[in-house]
Design a protein around this ligand. Sequence first.
Ligand SMILES: Cc1cc2nc3c(=O)[nH]c(=O)nc-3n(C[C@H](O)[C@H](O)[C@H](O)COP(=O)(O)OP(=O)(O)OC[C@H]3O[C@@H](n4cnc5c(N)ncnc54)[C@H](O)[C@@H]3O)c2cc1C
Length: 405
Amino acid sequence: MYDIIVIGAGPAGLAAASTAALEGLHVLVLDEYIKPGGRLLGQLYEEADGNWWNGIDESAKLYDQAIHAGVEILLQTAVHDMERHESSWFIYTEDVVFSSKQLLLATGAAESPLPIPGWTLPGVMSVGAAQVMTNVHRVKPGDRGIIIGVNVLSAAIAMELHLAGIDIAAMALPPLNRITTKHARPKEVVEALLHASYLAPSRLLRIGSKFMTNPFMRQLGITFYPKNGVTMWGVPIQLRKAVIEIYGTNQVEGVIVSTIDKDGNPIYGSEENIACDFVCIDGGLYPLTELAELAGCPFYYVNELGGYVPLHNEKMETPIEGLYVAGNITGIEGAKVAISQGIVAGYSMAIRSGKQGLADKLQDALNTVHDTRRQAAIQFHPKIELGRDIIQKQWEKYQSRLVQI
Ligand SMILES: Cc1cc2nc3c(=O)[nH]c(=O)nc-3n(C[C@H](O)[C@H](O)[C@H](O)COP(=O)(O)OP(=O)(O)OC[C@H]3O[C@@H](n4cnc5c(N)ncnc54)[C@H](O)[C@@H]3O)c2cc1C
């Protein structure tokens, strides 16, 4: 019987485990992957202050901290079920059933696919897969690629592929259909992209993007966006072109792109071929919440957090006794926010275990989450603060309903 089991050895789970273990709790972390670090492992970018954020190094630091704090970590161990009996959690893995008094779900996020003709051909992958192949396993996804979907994540990953010496022929939008709408309309794409402008490789482009915060300039920018795109890190970024088909006989051989109008509709007769041997698709991220569903946690849909999220408060508690959540399962944000949420969850669980004198540390950790969010280099959703307010209000409503009952 552990005091705490954490599912997920990403930044949120490892930070929570170290925090709780340093307060004297017996903590086990379970993760299905072969390495600790979660999605942090694939990250590599230059921050606004010129320092490099290297996910492999950051993961190693978090892992070492956890081991030194006395945390047990079991990798290649997928959790597929859980139940609560008489104040204990029972966690089902393939070989062993583990038990704990408290449980933290830090399972992260998953990628949404975008259906595009030809997307089942070998050589088509999600951008996250290309990131893991390149930065974690040091395997080139191909010689010449196309990225479909222009957003904060694909922009960051295009830069990482470029740094690895992989030729990206273009980034372009997906074709407009009922599923792709927000990824296929240039205006909506520009809105979201402005939050990645710090990644722009020249000061001029960074300053240019500031002008685009004005709605009139934004419309003007889209209308006059060059038909051949703007080149960043040697990659042409096409906001007025959509990939309408991926083609090839036994594997990807190329894509057909069409020029689109400012609303995302194709202009017939403008089709052209681009040869490539791999294609990355980016349809955005959503919180990976299945285990919270199994635990019986109530859910809310909050667009600003990336989809359905388990109900939780800012101390990372859920309404289910002894169940906590932290990191991307609560909403899509960068790794630094996930770490700071993990520390909050660690203190919350330690306090619930009866550890005294932690109120100030918890308050400091809560303040750090807000500061980290405000300074975040990568912001997946421009209205993340609003999303956090919405879920906190839902929590308060839920609690006041419980009091009435
Ligand atoms: C494809 C992708 C690319 C990303 N790229 C970036 C980026 O470049 N920059 C950035 O700032 N953010 C990026 N993110 C966001 C990223 O999720 C956060 O930065 C951060 O890693 C979130 O931390 P986390 O601890 O919440 O989850 P994660 O880092 O995702 O860790 C979750 C862990 O839970 C484990 N897990 C999940 N389910 C189970 C289960 N049932 N049983 C056992 N283990 C389980 C997973 O194996 C994983 O190790 C990316 C996310 C994704 C999905």
